[in-house]
Design a protein around this ligand. Structure first.
Ligand SMILES: *[C@@H]1O[C@H](CO)[C@@H](O)[C@H](O)[C@H]1NC(C)=O
Ligand SMILES: *[C@@H]1O[C@H](CO)[C@@H](O)[C@H](O)[C@H]1NC(C)=O
Ligand SMILES: *[C@@H]1O[C@H](CO)[C@@H](O)[C@H](O)[C@H]1NC(C)=O
Ligand SMILES: *[C@@H]1O[C@H](CO)[C@@H](O)[C@H](O)[C@H]1NC(C)=O
Ligand SMILES: CC(=O)N[C@H]1CO[C@H](CO)[C@@H](O)[C@@H]1O
Length: 497
């Protein structure tokens, strides 16, 4: 079905509200399918300078470049999860989830980023969290890096500096040594395609370095090596005794060609290969390395712009082999779909966006969220899952994030509509297309600090009152529905067609 027909259906669904049923051939999740919810350290922990924690690039940005944050706020206190881990675990227990995806704060464990000085209070905090989860039978799914780089490593240049791969390996070793007896699912990086934008422009992400056309590629190059080093370290030193799995989380929107022409299709293919293939191809493809189209585009455009060498760094053959195959599973974050139109004018100013050669937009009929980049387009989820199966030989996939933002309130019908629609499309991918998805993580356990949008966009299944120093959490309507799905392992009857 074309995007246009489907967007009409989505519109009808939106007008009728959250209780409009969604069609599938089978509404039941298979045995062993896992449900969880996610958070990230800087977005929930607070306690930004307590008990010996060092400063991260997000502490630095929110304090020194306040104008970049929509409401001028910060994560100094956030949800105060550092002091409320028992409360968070109680929420998880009530939801009945199989696992909790959280991230470690590098600067809470290694205040300077370096391995020579470990902060024991940080080790204690995470031990407390992991043990509390395990006591309730909730599996910890840990992200090693969810964007809060220690500021002292940024002072060395941050991710564009290749030496960071070694420092990341040191940090990963500390985690495997201290927590690997209890953590069996590791994610090295969350969304490299997003956080490396922090080296492309100053509109999105810490450290907000403006180095368009260079910074993102250099940062990505280091991140891929860092990921592979951590994977090999685990493989060589820890896997035999700890018996866990290591993967990476990539994020990708579906790109629907705005018109059915070859050029539109090619533009969307470029979009997918730059946004995801840049990381997915080196790790998950049979041949390894960056995708051919990414290499030739950046090489050619660099030349046309008068550079003597490509702005995209090159891997040696040894590095290609070293990085290829370094994931036991594919972590997928997926939120939305965009309409793509080719844009072939080569700008004299280097930029990542120009290298892709695409213009993207949203269909006005797609239901809006509180976030400018996020619309409720469930059918794109199935398409991206099928494309991953085809591209990378049907790897085991866990959805590590999927969620919807609004501004306020507990009666969040639009979030219910989103999760029901996306879960129904996931079931189609699983049952009808044979995509190997084994888990689903809702973003997020609770409302939290939404990066540059501060507290203006809420993604939680629980409401958090950020003006109350106690940070009370209360379950939303969507949280109750999610709990029902987790308990019954199926889409409730009343949401079906
Ligand atoms: C629901 O979907 C199934 C399979 O995808 C299809 O065979 C059936 O005709 C659909 N039913 C309706 C009412 O759209
Ligand atoms: C639906 O899927 C579940 C889980 O995989 C399976 O046990 C069941 O047999 C399926 N039902 C039908 C009607 O195919
Ligand atoms: C790159 O340049 C070569 C030689 O000019 C040309 O044949 C090729 O089509 C170009 N590829 C892309 C992706 O622009
Ligand atoms: C949040 O907490 C403040 C302070 O305790 C209170 O005045 C306010 O009514 C609360 N807001 C909501 C929506 O519960
Ligand atoms: C000038 C200034 O405000 N500097 C601050 C930048 O952010 C760091 C980390 O939060 C603070 O320690 C500095 O005081």
């Amino acid at each position: 079905m074309s995007g246009r027909t489907l967007s009409f259906l989505v519109l009808v669904a939106a007008v009728c509200g959250a209780r409009v049923p969604t069609n599938s051939s089978n509404y039941t999740f298979p045995d062993g399918f896992k449900f969880g919810v996610a958070t990230a350290s800087y977005q929930v922990e607070g306690a930004w300078n307590k008990d010996g924690k060092g400063h991260s690039i997000w502490d630095y940005q929110t304090h020194n470049e306040t104008y970049l944050i929509a409401d001028g706020s910060n994560g100094d206190d956030a949800c105060d999860s550092y002091h409320m881990l028992e409360k968070d675990v109680a929420l998880l227990k009530n939801l009945g989830v199989d696992f909790y995806r959280f991230s470690f704060s590098w600067s809470r464990l290694l205040p300077s980023g370096h391995i020579n000085a470990v902060n024991n209070a940080g080790i204690d905090y995470y031990n407390g969290l992991i043990d509390a989860l395990l006591r309730e039978g909730i599996e910890p799914l840990a992200t090693i890096y969810h964007w809060d780089l220690p500021q002292q490593l940024q002072d060395l240049g941050g991710w564009p500096n290749p030496v960071l791969a070694d420092y990341f390996e040191d940090y990963a070793r500390l985690l495997f040594e201290n927590f690997g007896d209890r953590i069996k699912m590791w994610i090295t990086f969350n969304e490299p395609s997003v956080f490396t934008n922090g080296y492309e422009s100053n509109i999105n992400h810490a450290p907000s370095i403006e180095a368009p056309g260079f910074g993102k590629y250099l940062a990505s190059h280091t991140v891929l090596k860092a990921h592979a080093q951590a994977y090999h370290l685990y493989n060589n030193m820890f896997r035999e005794t700890q018996k866990g799995n290591v993967g990476i989380t990539l994020t990708i929107d579906w790109c629907e060609p705005k018109e059915e022409t070859e050029h539109h299709l090619a533009a969307c293919e470029r979009f997918q290969q730059f946004e995801m293939g840049l990381y997915g191809n080196p790790i998950f493809s049979e041949e390894g390395d960056y995708p051919e189209i990414v290499k030739t585009r950046v090489d050619n455009i660099s030349e046309a712009q008068g550079f003597r060498r490509s702005r995209l760094p090159k891997f040696t053959q040894d590095e290609i082999e070293y990085i290829r195959g370094t994931a036991d599973f594919f972590g997928l974050n997926h939120y939305t779909t965009q309409l793509g139109t080719p844009s072939t004018v080569i700008d004299s100013q280097p930029s990542y966006r120009n290298d892709i050669g695409i213009h993207t937009e949203y269909d006005e009929s797609w239901p809006e969220s509180a976030s400018s980049w996020l619309r409720d387009v469930p059918w794109g989820f199935r398409k991206i899952l099928v494309s991953l199966k085809q591209r990378y030989g049907n790897p085991p996939i866990i959805i590590t994030e999927n969620g919807f933002s609004d501004r306020e309130g507990h009666e969040d019908d639009s979030r219910i509509h989103y999760h029901i629609g996306y879960l129904t499309e996931l079931l189609k991918a699983l049952h009808e297309d044979g995509v190997n998805v084994f888990g689903y993580t809702a973003w997020s356990l609770m409302d939290n600090f939404e990066w540059n949008q501060g507290y203006t966009e809420r993604f939680g299944l629980h409401y958090v009152n950020f003006t109350d120093p106690e940070r009370p959490r209360t379950i939303k309507k969507s949280g109750k529905i999610f709990k029902e799905i987790v308990a019954t392992r199926e889409i409730p009857e009343r949401f079906r067609k």
